[in-house]
Design a protein around this ligand. Structure first.
Ligand code: UD1
Ligand code: MG
Length: 444
């Protein structure tokens, strides 16, 4: 039997974002606001999750369906307030008798840990609050002793109530039957003519139920309504993520310049130099060094490897132990063997580089013919001369060499030297004669 469900409100229009992308599909730490809200609900043991979406942005419903299935989507059309939104999820929770947790999809810093204290509250209705430095715009918590007697919205509050700093986060928990019963009695006789979820608190008091508040720190409350607030949330999240990594033994000399993703894994003893960007899906093992101005996504960097400065690792790059990937080298979907080196100005896309191979400056894996991609395999200990173009599919055997400037279109046997370029011709005195001829012509 399912014990706890979540209703996530995401039906707001998000007009202040001024973006064609729905608000909750914007990202913090490379993860959408919506997925963060779902993560929090899952982290709190909610086995059934319903996301209330608006009719205006089908992309949000599709996103939810992809992750949780169509049964997790409830459409609120038109949006008539937060209480009305929660009621829109009633059908999706038919027959469910456990506890319901209501959260918002646009508060990306409110993770499971922040909401957790609410679950320990023993009451018929529990509300998560916070002390606001500036409570303007928030619903105020009216508390008498232990009992939360009402939540009054900014626009409906008296002068005296507006002075209260205890504010409503929007997160609320109650038994499903209690919540939906109270919501059925909520009206819209207020300044905004909306059906307020917060009115269930006053109604619960009238019905003689216990209502209590738990408190969370204000920094996790940050709601995203504009691009500026999205950037603010990103900054707070990044600072927290960097602090956790340093706490776990990662060295960063200029942490404020390092950009992480929600799933970045960096082992203790790794060093991250200034201005490094980690896109999604990166693992860096302990003992690796990521030098300044490198950009990594979807890749793994093994112990002792040195990346950058100015390197780009793209999805599928697997950099082996003690390997070196230097400046202006781009690696995509290539497994680079132990101790191999590609130190300067190269593109390695699709294939493998054997252990201890040396890739000269300017080497290009020509992996694409405009339609399909092909692999290049470089054997162990091979030496690729500078400015070699390897036209895939192609193999260079173990210990083989290629001459600088070669265009390699055929496989190279192990321990062979491949030369695929015009041979050099020296024309004695030619340059001097050429200059004389030109000078004479000018003088005429
Ligand atoms: C709400 C609370 C307020 C609290 C504040 C915290 C109410 C009446 N007020 O105010 O007490 O301090 O949040 O940020 O609940 N939504 C829908 N459908 C609707 C309306 C809203 O899904 O019809 C969703 C929005 O997308 C958003 C959330 O509910 O995720 C909150 O709505 P919003 O309009 O921002 O409420 P506030 O006025 O900020
Ligand atoms: Mg709001």
């Amino acid at each position: 039997m399912i014990k706890r469900a979540a209703i996530i409100l995401a039906a707001g229009a998000g007009t202040r974002m001024k973006s064609p992308l729905p608000k909750v599909l914007h990202k913090v730490g490379g993860r959408t606001l919506l997925d963060r809200a779902i993560d929090a609900a899952e982290g709190l043991g909610c086995e059934k999750i319903v996301v209330v979406v608006g009719a205006h942005s089908p992309a949000v419903g599709e996103h939810v369906t992809k992750r949780l299935g169509a049964g997790a989507v409830a459409v609120q059309d038109p949006p008539l307030g937060t209480g009305h939104a929660v009621l829109a999820a009633k059908g999706a929770l038919a027959g469910f008798e456990g506890d319901v947790l209501v959260t918002y999809a646009d508060t990306p810093l409110m993770d499971a840990m922040a909401i957790d204290p609410l679950l320990d509250v023993e009451a018929d209705v529990a509300v998560l609050g916070f002390e606001a430095a500036d409570p303007f715009g928030y619903g105020r918590l009216i508390v008498q002793g232990d009992q939360l007697t009402a939540i009054v919205e900014e626009k409906d509050a008296s002068e005296a109530q507006r002075a209260i700093t205890a504010s409503n986060s929007g997160v609320i928990a109650a038994k499903a039957s209690v919540l939906f019963d109270l919501l059925s009695k909520v009206g819209n006789a207020n300044a905004k003519q909306e059906y307020y979820l917060t009115d269930v608190v006053g109604l619960a008091n009238a019905a003689g139920l216990t209502v209590r508040a738990a408190f969370a720190p204000e920094e996790v409350m940050l709601g995203v309504n504009s691009q500026g607030q999205l950037a603010e949330a990103e900054a707070v999240w990044q600072a927290g993520a960097r602090a956790r990594l340093m706490e776990a033994g990662v060295s960063m000399s200029a942490p404020d310049t390092v950009h992480l993703s929600h799933d970045t894994v960096i082992g203790a003893g790794a060093t991250i130099e200034p201005y490094v960007v980690f896109g999604p899906g990166v693992t860096v093992d302990g003992g690796a060094v990521i030098r300044a101005f490198s950009h990594l996504e979807g890749c793994i960097v093994r112990p002792g490897a040195i990346i950058g400065p100015y390197a780009r690792l793209r999805p599928g790059a697997d950099i082996g132990e003690d390997a070196h990937i230097g400046n202006f080298v781009e690696v995509k979907k290539v497994k680079v063997g132990k101790g191999a080196k590609a130190n300067h100005l190269s593109y390695l896309g699709d294939g493998t580089v054997g252990a201890k191979a040396n890739i000269g400056a300017g080497t290009i894996f020509c992996n694409y013919d405009g339609f399909d991609k092909y692999d290049t395999h470089i054997g162990e200990g091979a030496f690729i001369g500078s400015d070699t173009a390897l036209v895939a599919p192609v193999r260079v055997g173990d210990g083989a060499m290629t001459g600088s400037g070669s265009v390699i279109t055929e496989d190279v046997p192990a321990d062979a030297l491949a030369l695929a370029r015009g041979s050099q011709v020296n024309k004695e005195g030619w340059a001097a004669k050429f200059r004389e001829r030109k000078k004479a012509a000018k003088a005429k």
